[in-house]
Design a protein around this ligand. Structure first.
Ligand code: NAD
Length: 390
């Protein structure tokens, strides 16, 4: 169980780029990072609007002189100080991730970056090599995978409780973009423009969460082939998609089905994950992250609750609130940030033994998400053809 005791030598000096007052995801970063006192927010270039960013930063408790106009000024200002930040989170639109990550790493700063990590696998490989050379960590905020019941599903699969995996059913849909984009805000405008969003809209925006979570639960399975069908129901979003279906063949013969949509009008159910084996299935949704449905063929269905002693050790080890009490998205993000902090700490200490067994969404997880997107786009652009995964 995680109880807030510090698990690393000392708090990390932390800065943020983006995630300003009007940003959607910034608070998730701050609530995750600051939960255990593992990170101290000391600097930021929080906003494209420098004045608003400074006002916001000071209200977060950051010194005005350390609220910078942009990321370049942040890097210059912080690397010139003895107490400068050592890790920077990037919570800006997709097209900025690569250049900001690269600049931070070159300046000797660890990075926590939003998904989708970059636009291409080639960029990911270049940055992975740079991080390796510099001895620095790049973490990726796949924020849903810190839930204790995600670890529970992974542990159950690893123990063979489901039998051989046959079906993988993944869904992340909502209806927030069911209408057109006339008068849409900035967050919709950059997401629907290939120059700022990258080669995909919903596949990258929400589909990468599904894909990474399935990799956490099924680390031994690899996608061999896939077929992607994508469509812009609102034509102004083309060539980007607001809806997509992906079929996947895994190397053990399992079949996967995934759909993502932001035009699923009225749906507030968000995400659903179902993993079906030869003996049993598990099903989990972020709408009820405290509960896991466990169905054994021929037996009454069971609902497993987080924090209960009957769960696997891997799940109980990352539980925060204990059974009976709500454990939610903020707790999940706190785990992700903690795991990244532990990776930074261990890398700095050269603790190879710890790093070998430590699991967190690292640069390779970010890369695999981008690789999956590249394959989806290749398939869709070939008229929804089956393509070998590469
Ligand atoms: P947003 O448009 O709501 O907010 C972006 C923020 O970044 C704003 O504060 C803006 O002023 C600031 N900004 C933009 N460019 C900047 C720059 N060059 N320097 C400094 N600040 C800059 O976007 P959002 O929805 O918060 O998404 C940001 C990123 O987070 C995207 O990559 C998105 O895919 C990702 N995201 C992830 C999750 C998740 O669950 N992990 C959830 C939502 C968004």
């Amino acid at each position: 169980m995680i109880n807030g005791e510090r698990l690393i030598e000392r708090p990390l000096r932390w800065g943020m780029v983006g995630g300003g007052r009007t940003g959607q995801v910034g608070y998730k970063h701050r609530t995750g990072a600051q939960r255990d006192g593992t990170y101290r927010l000391l600097a930021g270039a929080f906003d494209l609007d420098a004045e608003r960013g400074r006002d916001f930063g000071t209200r977060l408790g950051v010194d005005a002189e350390r609220c910078y106009a942009d990321y370049r000024a942040l890097i210059a200002g912080e690397t010139g100080r003895e107490d400068g930040v050592e890790v920077v989170s990037i919570a800006t639109p997709n097209f900025t991730h690569y250049e900001i990550t690269k600049a931070c790493l070159e300046a000797g700063l660890n990075v926590v970056c939003e998904k989708p990590l970059f636009f291409t696998v080639a960029e990911c490989d270049e940055i992975a090599a740079l991080a390796e050379r510099k001895g620095l960590v790049v973490g990726v905020t796949y924020g849903f995978t810190g839930h204790p019941l995600v670890r529970q599903m992974a542990a159950m699969v690893a123990k063979g409780m489901l039998g051989e995996i046959r079906l993988v059913d993944l869904r992340y849909t909502h209806g927030f973009n069911a209408g057109d984009d006339v008068g849409a805000g900035e967050a919709v405008r950059w997401r629907t423009n290939p120059k700022t969003a990258g080669p995909t809209f919903v596949l990258g925006d929400i589909g990468t969460h599904l894909y990474y979570l399935s990799e956490v639960v099924l680390p031994h399975l690899k996608v061999e082939r896939l077929l992607c069908d994508r469509k812009a129901f609102i034509p102004t979003r083309a060539p980007l998609e607001d809806h997509a279906t992906v079929l996947m063949h895994y190397d053990n013969g399992a079949r996967g089905h995934l759909w993502v949509s932001s035009v699923d009008a009225g749906n507030m159910g968000s995400q659903r994950y179902r993993f079906v084996g030869s003996k049993a299935s598990v099903e989990w949704s972020d709408s009820h992250p405290d509960q896991l449905v466990y169905e054994v063929q021929g037996e009454p269905n069971r609902i497993l609750h987080h924090g209960m002693p009957y769960l696997e050790d891997e799940s109980l080890a990352v539980d925060r609130m204990g059974g009976l009490h709500t454990e939610g998205l903020g707790d999940s993000w706190a785990n992700i940030y903690l795991w990244i902090a532990q990776a930074i700490d261990a890398t700095r200490r050269g603790d190879e033994a710890f790093l070998k067994i430590h699991r967190y969404p690292d640069i390779h997880a970010g890369t695999e998400g981008v690789r999956w997107l590249e394959n989806c786009v290749r398939s869709a652009d070939a008229g929804s053809a089956w393509v070998d995964f590469r």
